[in-house]
Design a protein around this ligand. Structure first.
Ligand code: MTE
Ligand code: MO
Length: 262
């Protein structure tokens, strides 16, 4: 199925088209069981995912089939809780990486390193903001993992930065709290469960392929975890919040499965 970038102003409608989706209930249920989409996914979200115009029964069905097939591959790469997520060799890394956001690359607003501060909210005992110098002085960990976007594409990327468990420990975060939310400079927010935040393959990345993250890919700081789909990895992080109150997220609030991972 051809991939078409959706217009930046597009927002999925809140109310799903029940007739078109109910005709394909079995496929929706099958996708739902595998955990990528909720049954209540809207047609707008479906068209975002597949780049297809899903205005009739036939196109809805082919869009759902495309997602269902993609889900099978995602399962093999990601959804095996008994194994660590697969890692790859440096010569397999895509350079430059593939860009995605809920708007086109031309609309990226770069973060100013001179004024940047990382802020904290919620169950964190030391809420003093971190400067870039302090972030850069933290020990560095590298992961080479597969980035999987629910739109149906993926690439192998090489990210390095701060191990999130060590980082949360150093700011006195409550590691028994349920959620960690990451607020982007572009008003994007997604949250993950604490177990995934503490996973050894979860980092706050400052570099891609050994170089400072270029602006479109999240400079100066983005989440990169091997145990979640692409959309659960916010870029341009300006604040980190530790909480027991379910925070939801940009795509999670639009019908995508909040967990979306192992
Ligand atoms: N702040 C912010 N983070 C974001 C997004 C976004 O729109 N804003 N899009 C997400 C999605 S859907 C994907 S697939 C990845 C893309 O990351 P990349 O451009 O580094 O490949 O970023 C995620 N993080
Ligand atoms: Mo994505």
């Amino acid at each position: 199925m051809p991939f078409a970038k959706t217009p930046s102003a597009f927002r999925p409608p809140d109310v799903p088209d029940r007739r078109l989706l109910s005709e394909n209930r079995r496929l929706v249920r099958e996708i739902d069981r595998r955990g990528v989409l909720r049954g209540a996914v809207s047609l707008g979200a479906l068209s975002l995912l597949t780049g297809c115009d899903v205005s009739n029964g036939e196109s809805v069905q082919s869009a759902l089939r495309a997602i269902s097939g993609f889900n099978d591959r995602v399962q093999a790469w990601l959804f095996d809780p008994n194994k660590p997520a697969p890692t790859y060799r440096p010569d397999q890394v895509l350079k430059p990486p593939r860009f995605n956001a809920y708007y086109p690359i031309q609309q990226v607003k770069p973060v100013d390193p001179a004024t940047y501060q990382l802020e904290f909210a919620g169950l964190v005992s030391d809420k003093r903001p971190w400067t870039l110098d302090r972030i850069r002085a933290f020990p560095e960990q590298e992961i080479i993992v597969r980035h999987i976007c629910i739109e149906g594409w993926d690439y192998i990327g090489q990210w390095s930065g701060l191990n999130l468990r060590d980082f949360l420990t150093s700011v006195g975060a409550d590691l028994t709290a349920k959620y960690v939310a990451f607020h982007g400079n572009d008003d994007y927010m997604e949250s993950i469960d604490m177990a995934s935040a503490l996973h050894p393959q979860t980092i706050l990345a400052t570099k891609y392929a050994g170089e400072t993250l270029p602006d479109p890919y999240g400079f100066p700081l983005r989440l990169r975890t091997a145990v979640k789909l692409g959309f659960k990895n916010p870029k341009w992080i300006r604040a980190i919040e530790v909480t027991n109150t379910y925070p939801g997220g940009y795509w999670s609030d639009k019908g995508f499965n909040w967990f979306s991972g192992i």
